[in-house]
Design a protein around this ligand. Sequence first.
Ligand SMILES: Nc1nc2c(c(=O)[nH]1)N[C@H]1C(S)=C(S)[C@@H](COP(=O)(O)OP(=O)(O)OC[C@H]3O[C@@H](n4cnc5c(=O)[nH]c(N)nc54)[C@H](O)[C@@H]3O)O[C@H]1N2
Ligand SMILES: Nc1nc2c(c(=O)[nH]1)N[C@H]1C(S)=C(S)[C@@H](COP(=O)(O)OP(=O)(O)OC[C@H]3O[C@@H](n4cnc5c(=O)[nH]c(N)nc54)[C@H](O)[C@@H]3O)O[C@H]1N2
Ligand SMILES: [Mo]
Length: 783
Amino acid sequence: MLPTPPRRYLGTHWGTYEANYTEQRLTELLPIAEDPDPSPIAQGMIVAQDAPSRIERPALRAGFLERVRNGSAPEAQTGERGRDTFVELPWEEALDIAALEIDRVIRTYGNHAIFGGSYGWASAGRFHHAQSQVHRFLNGIGGYTRSVQNYSYAAADVIVPHVIGDKRGLVSGHTPLHRIAQETDTLLLFGGLPHKNAQVSSGGISRHILRDFLDEVSARDARIVSVSPISDDTECAGVEWLPIRPGTDTALMLGIAHVLISEGLHDKGFLSTHTVGFERLEAYVLGHGDNVPKTASWAASITDIPETDIVALARTLAATRSFIMVAWSLQRARFGEQPYWMAIALAAMLGQIGLPGGGFGFGYGSTNGVGFPNRNTGMPALSQLSNPVADFIPVARIADCLAHPGETYDYNGQTRTYPDLRLIYWAGGNPFHHHQDLNRFHDLWQRPETIIVNESFWTATARRADIVFPVATALERNDIVAAGRDSFITPSHALRPPFADSRTDYEIFAALAERLGTIAGFTEGRDEEAWLRTMYDAALSSHSSGAALPPFDEFWKGGPFILEPTEETRNAELFAEFRRDPERAALETPSGKIELYSETIAAFGYDDCPGHPVWLEPDEWLGSDRGTAYPLHLISNQPKSKLHSQYDAGPHARADKIQGRERLRLNPADAQSRGLIDGQVVKIFNHRGACLAGLEVSEAIRPGVVQLSTGAWFDPDYSDAHRLCRHGNPNVLTKDMPTSRLSQGVAAMTCLVEVEAFEGPLPPITVFERPSIDSSRIYKEEK
Ligand SMILES: Nc1nc2c(c(=O)[nH]1)N[C@H]1C(S)=C(S)[C@@H](COP(=O)(O)OP(=O)(O)OC[C@H]3O[C@@H](n4cnc5c(=O)[nH]c(N)nc54)[C@H](O)[C@@H]3O)O[C@H]1N2
Ligand SMILES: Nc1nc2c(c(=O)[nH]1)N[C@H]1C(S)=C(S)[C@@H](COP(=O)(O)OP(=O)(O)OC[C@H]3O[C@@H](n4cnc5c(=O)[nH]c(N)nc54)[C@H](O)[C@@H]3O)O[C@H]1N2
Ligand SMILES: [Mo]
């Protein structure tokens, strides 16, 4: 048994905290002293552990249980996922049923009929990492259909390697923030540097770094230009705000490019030695093919940024040391590949790529740690084993896959076929938070024969499962926390016993593996403690940092171990080598250079992603002459008061709501023209769906735009003809469409809506209560 150390710590995606106890009761999570700018998100965690929405015991959907008990064919099941009653069963019985179902699906259809993509952030912690656990389990029983990409930056992830050969400047290799603070004169931000987003980082955080960076930049009098529909995306003294129409950044970049070309400000030398295809892009910018020169005035008419500002910006970018940052949000939109490709092209035209504080980078501020000069502490990892099933889907195409089994689709030059999924296993994610067009998704979610979910809370996804296994939270288990975008490693101690009858994902999968005859390969004979020791020792012996990490027992009794960056990591400039010697440090593109025109992409023949960056009119945007019924552009960005849907039931997230509904922000002019006042409950809707929200009237939002962040637990009223979500989940409004055929990424930001006053009595929020559980069937305690 692991000893309880004198000081106990918790590692989360939003920071590292020390636990405080009052009379043996966990009462506080205090940020560690090393963190200069801790996130308050942890404040809601302790209370939420015992919330009514915690799942107490294994539960089965009544219509599903009846079918299984009767031994009937899958078609015989009754009830609707999301509206049915649950029946609680003892662990052994529920595990038996789950194992039999998994076995039945494998025997009848094969392992590819199991979808184990199971996308989601789950919790920090390297051993109890839900994705690793579920994938390891499913691989052990013969594999599963996986998902590729992510909801965060799928379009970028596919396009960027075509342009620069790898993912430098997107997932790693960023020019450190501290270099930019020292060297950059003009910082051009697309999507800003939102402090709200830099609160979190996947895998955990030792120190939050964005605030210090912004202070440093503004103290040096650098010019900061924030291009965004929302002004408080960049909270920093002296920032200039260019309130752009959402989804039009590519047009702005093209307009800047036109000014550079027509005034001869582009770096012809760099373009000829370090890039290919500029002539094609130049011809397009000048309008040679389509007779539409992409002038500053053309860009002004699309973006709603004054022509004079565009011209002045282009000149400043060329005359000073300039750096272009693009938030991930820009590519989470229809044709999301384009602003990324065009930003690289613009940086190449400015010719500063590889110079100190010059060039481009993606995702700064999208998450803490981008631009952190980090050192590898040695990341402990649980092997996921290997997957014998080759099939996959792009992660955001899950609903299309359920809708069109056996049909083909394009993906990055391939023609692929959607598999026929019969069983879904989800652990560590909340698709009824993260997916688009939730009403459509709800209907398609009825199709699989069996859905199993491991969850700690009665989320909208747990409510739509056939079998729900209750999971102990990160506060209720021991783990090791370390992250790829930070240089630290910390013990994360069990701070309280597991809630009710919950178990860890590991215990659940071990029990299923035992029933399916794969336990030996799954556990390798280890319990939690043995795994933590093994994983720590493996990381210790493999890490390259030369850091003097202590042996496990000492580590376990200590606190966070933080590594300082070296001078070398602090000064690493993206593409410095390539700039110096483009032959020796050639890129891994077909040409070895930056591809402003890509023969590869052109050969795919996609009209929604041709051979060079282009402006394409998105399906829904403010300049469209179609559909004036929905005149507002919805920005469903990341929530300030939580990580996605996590701890929405906790007091910190709930304190941010208005009359219990998610906060919606609207410009005063748009509120006034609709007769809406601050603090009232409004209805936001389009032809896909509708939800309620609490109105904040705010100058921070540009006219024509409405902000409703993601994260409110989906709470549809099925007695309402439009299935009104009573709580404010924006994904009832977003369209489920791909960015393009190239990357099939998520395009949630492309969405038009209307807002009106909500009349009538306010419906209560039901999603924070337990779902209907049939108490005539008494659960028998095993303990
Ligand atoms: N409209 C719109 N939609 C979006 C976005 C957007 O910008 N706009 N952003 C997208 C993006 S970038 C992302 S990354 C996704 C995020 O979507 P998700 O990652 O799916 O969202 P989370 O709320 O983090 O879901 C994690 C779930 O795991 C559960 N969990 C936590 N720890 C554990 C554990 O140890 N075991 C198990 N079994 N469960 C656990 C939590 O209770 C929670 O329900 O949303 C996407 N959706
Ligand atoms: N607090 C908190 N932080 C988070 C998360 C969270 O859930 N909560 N989620 C994390 C995850 S998983 C991810 S992937 C990252 C996502 O990081 P991002 O994708 O960067 O985050 P968003 O908040 O969606 O968008 C950032 C800003 O971009 C602006 N924006 C939106 N559309 C446009 C546009 O068309 N043009 C321009 N110029 N600007 C636009 C919006 O005003 C928005 O506030 O955030 C991470 N950080
Ligand atoms: Mo994300």
